[in-house]
Design a protein. Structure first.
Length: 354
């Protein structure tokens, strides 16, 4: 297949690009190269004859039409999105523009292309989303594909809106769509403003490791390479018009996750041990959801997929990768917002820092 992958220079998108090329697919990587993107993420496949890169913004409809006409993809995997909750609190406008308007442009460009090609039966538009659209769970229960949407942050609200657009384009226009909603990802090439890399890099620097609130918020942790495998499975085997929840089957509280990372670093970098002494509790994020958990029954039962990496295995792989790839994350530390607290602006409606 020839895949058009949006956001393919980002964290999850680059994992999909690398795996798709490795499996023999041709890939067109469409990325605007915003602050969280890095072409080094796909350096390992950049010289492959099956790989092409297009720098473009999904808010630019003319650019999208050109890319579809030039590359004639068999399928779209739409991952491009603003995705950091804290940034969405400080500057929600970017999330509305990219996640909602950008997805609308992608749907319209894909629909025009699909019609122009005679509505090929094998065409697919796979929209990749998050479990955060479902809101917050209490101590028990899991998200299913029929859980009502109840987003609590500007980020999750913008993703919920994009999910609804995709469903509507499938129902109204017959565009062949599939959707997936994933739990929290972690792994190699994770941009250093998210929890797992923040913990690793703060610990390595001997700096306080910030943990929101009491650290009791629970997430289902999904190793990014497992997620990439699941996404290709959904694209190729998923039923049209259907959504699939993708989880890691690894529920862990934030504080326990941080302690696991510290214990791994104690073993691998004992000079700084015990790294857990650096844990510092800070004021909680506004609207911080208590717990997310995925019921993976549908993807397991219908498509035969389940994760292969436990959270302990995945964290060990991730810590080792960061230790072995310091030049990658060091080059990103000067980018806007990295290394400072975001998501505390609740009053002005203006983006922190201008």
């Amino acid at each position: 297949m020839k895949l058009l992958i949006t956001g393919g220079a980002g964290f999850i998108g680059s994992a999909v690009v690398r795996l798709a090329v490795a499996r023999g697919h041709a890939v067109v990587n469409l990325d605007a190269l915003t602050y969280a993107a890095c072409l080094d993420n796909v350096k390992s496949v950049s010289r492959s004859p099956r790989y092409a890169f297009e720098q473009a913004d999904i808010r630019d409809r003319a650019a999208l039409d050109r890319i579809f006409a030039t590359h004639c993809p068999d399928a779209v995997m739409h991952l491009a999105a603003e995705s950091h909750v804290d940034r969405s609190i400080d500057g929600p406008g970017d999330f509305i523009d990219t996640n909602i308007t950008g997805t609308y442009n992608m749907l319209e460009a894909a629909r025009a292309y699909w019609h122009g090609q005679g509505k090929p039966e094998n065409f697919r538009f796979h929209h990749i989303s998050t479990d955060e659209v479902f809101g917050s769970l209490g101590p028990s229960g899991q998200f299913t594909e029929t859980t009502p949407y109840a987003p609590n942050s500007p980020y999750s609200a913008s993703k919920a809106a994009s999910d609804h657009l995709v469903r509507a384009w499938g129902e109204t226009y017959g565009l062949p769509v599939v959707l997936s909603n994933c739990s929290n990802n972690y792994g190699p090439y994770h941009f250093p403003e998210k929890l797992v890399p923040v913990v690793i890099l703060k610990a390595l620097a001997g700096e306080p490791i910030p943990v929101y609130g009491t650290g009791e918020n629970v997430r289902d942790w999904l190793y990014v390479e497992d997620h990439a495998d699941a996404l290709l499975t959904v694209l190729q085997k998923g039923e049209l018009g259907r959504s699939y929840n993708i989880g890691g089957e690894n529920e862990v509280s934030n504080i326990d996750l941080v302690r696991m990372i510290c214990a791994i670093l104690d073993e691998k970098r004992p000079a700084g041990a015990p790294h857990a002494d650096l844990i510092t509790f800070v004021a909680d994020r506004p609207g911080h959801d208590l717990r997310y958990a995925i019921d993976p029954s549908r993807i397991r039962g219908e498509l035969g997929w389940r994760p292969s990496v436990t959270v302990q295995e995945g964290l060990e792989k991730t810590v080792t990768w960061y230790l072995d790839n310091a030049p990658w994350w060091q080059a990103l530390q000067a980018r806007d917002g990295v290394g400072r607290r975001l998501g505390t602006d609740q009053g002005t409606g203006q983006k922190a820092g201008g």
